[in-house]
Design a protein around this ligand. Sequence first.
Ligand code: SF4
Length: 466
Amino acid sequence: MTQTLLDRVWDTHTVRRFPSGDCQLLIGLHLVHEVTSPQAFQMLRERGLKVLCPDRTFATFDHIVPTENPARPFADAMAETMAAHLEASCKELGITLFDPASGRQGVVHVIGPELGLTQPGMTIACGDSHTATHGALGAVAFGIGTRQVRDVLATQCLRLAKPRLRQVRVEGALGRGVGAKDVILAIIRRLGVKGGIGFAYEYAGAAVRAMSVEDRLTVCNMSIEGGARFGYVCPDDTTVGYLCGRPYVPKGEAFDRAAAGWKALASDPDARYDDVVTLDAPAIPPMVTWGINPGQSVGIDERIPDPAAVPADERSAAEEALAYMGFKAGQPVAGTPIQVAFIGSCTNGRLEDLRAAAKVARGRKVAPGVRALVVPGSQQVARDAEAEGLDEVFRQAGFEWRRAGCSMCLAMNPDKLKDRELCAGSSNRNFKGRMGSPVGRTLLMSPTMVAAAAVAGHVTDVREFQ
Ligand code: SF4
């Protein structure tokens, strides 16, 4: 019988099946951060329970870390309490914590792959919506709530229903100036922010196969924005090459054996899917969101849609988005003035993202009146970027070079929009108030498009800068 990667991973991790069809699934890796874990640790204590598999549990600080000055104690008392709580819990329960002193701290979805904790065929859970990021390496990875964090800490298992599987094929070669962020924004625009409900997405096709692991991480990261439970890419030589030599990956012959096993997990060529959707890669332009969900996007050459012209079930959301953003139906998205540019997050805060953005910034200047931040996704990304001189490229162009963290993506730290500021951001959510001001506005785009917008002072086509 033919199988998909999802079938293989699900079957090998199923502890038992319930009459309802739900499964008790063993979780191979549990990633923890400071925001969703304190209550879970407290619930554990109240029941007198220990962490069942501390060696499969890893923690870091990301959301609350001030990126300008991460020295302790944090100025924000709430942030300091959260950090201290995580430190105490990890010490008490034997969990490895990647704090700033470890040199391995960073956004949880950046450090997992970077350290080789994330490996093909794993089941991975984390109390964070964007856990699907890890699917780029062929893992089945999903976000969980605080009670489920407690359950995984105590039992290393979760009760779950297996989602249906949609293969999303992106065929052909991407055009100049078009990258992984544009691909996932185009997918979400096509299928809708609710289109993936009940599904997992298997990303495939020539354009996905040609992507680096960093690019695949960007695509998988936003699976949840399209409503999918998780997303993944089948492991291949690119995956194996990325993992080789990473700290938590087997070495020598053990690596060769592991690599052969990883590649064997890939879906069979004639595997069956519940649905297959195909996108034409050459037709995808640089994308920009104009609204308040990641599905409300257009190509850089397009105009912001008229609610009267969108499907009836999207009309009121389009009207609400136009009102919040202060845009008019039919206005071109190119030329929209910005006040803030943010390059970073678990979507686009990796070394490749910074390299690509630095190429645009090199020899240019941030436009007057624009506040531009570059926030590496991890301490390792920061070190690698600094070794290549990328920090200097950004500084000379007028960008602020920050320390690792989530920064403005969710603004649970001092990096926030003010009032009605409009931010060109490389993150993953453009929800109302997402970046710290209840009336602040976000336009999602690729990191190169953010860099181009920063120097132009308005939304512009990155292809004119290359
Ligand atoms: S970078 Fe943003 S989306 Fe990613 S974990 Fe941090 S807050 Fe969440």
